[in-house]
Ligand binder design. Structure first.
Ligand code: GAR
Length: 194
């Protein structure tokens, strides 16, 4: 069995989209791929409730109370490695990762970012796209490297920016596309690295 561990911080809608696709496409039965755990750094993440309702194992590694990023990342990695993952998926995991963590998971760590990278790395991507007068926006699935929101691009989706768009309206439009491209990018990535 090849294990996938999904890291979340918030609503977990991408995590749920991945889980539902895995179920629908019978990843476990046909390909020996299973979502071994969903881990949050936020105790009150709605995504933890959602994951449980989908029958997934959940875990919490709060970043609070650690002296350094390195100490938190080491504790998180220890918990992830209980599952010996083939792939670690960042699905709305809102933490900057240390180089040591990224190196530990080199080649098996992927992220979704709500912009058309390399444009708008970092936060507030939708407002920045609107402010820049972009006519299109979107999302990018990419491999994670030590540099924030860089790394080989695995998939992208494009949506229009509409007149009068707010950041929330644009985010919602982008999110529906994230739910389509992320599961498929994971599937293809694991197919290639099988
Ligand atoms: C998604 O839009 C994802 O692209 C973004 O957070 C949201 C999580 O939603 N990720 C980042 O901004 C990473 N820097 P979800 O919890 O409902 O999947």
């Amino acid at each position: 069995m090849k294990n996938i561990v999904i890291l979340i911080s918030g609503g977990g809608s991408n995590m749920a989209a991945i889980a539902k696709t895995a179920q629908k496409e019978a990843w476990q039965e046909k390909r020996g791929l299973r979502i071994a755990a969903v881990i949050s750094n936020q105790a009150d993440a709605q995504g933890l409730v959602l994951a449980k309702s989908l029958g997934l194992a959940t875990d919490l590694v709060s970043h609070r109370g650690f002296d350094s990023r390195e100490a938190f990342d080491a504790a998180l990695a220890a918990r992830i490695d209980l599952h010996a993952p083939q792939l670690v998926v960042l699905a709305g995991f809102m933490r900057i990762l240390t180089p040591g963590f990224v190196k530990h998971y080199a080649g098996r760590l992927i992220n979704i970012h709500p912009s058309l990278l390399p444009a708008f790395a970092g936060l507030h991507t939708h407002q920045r796209a609107i402010d820049a007068g972009c006519q299109v926006a979107g999302a990018t699935v990419h491999q994670v490297t030590a540099e924030l929101d860089h790394g080989a691009i695995l998939a992208q989706a494009v949506v229009p920016v509409l007149p009068g768009d707010t950041a929330d309206a644009l985010a919602a439009r982008v999110l529906t596309q994230e739910h389509l491209i992320f599961p498929q990018a994971i599937s293809s990535f694991l197919e290639r690295s099988a």
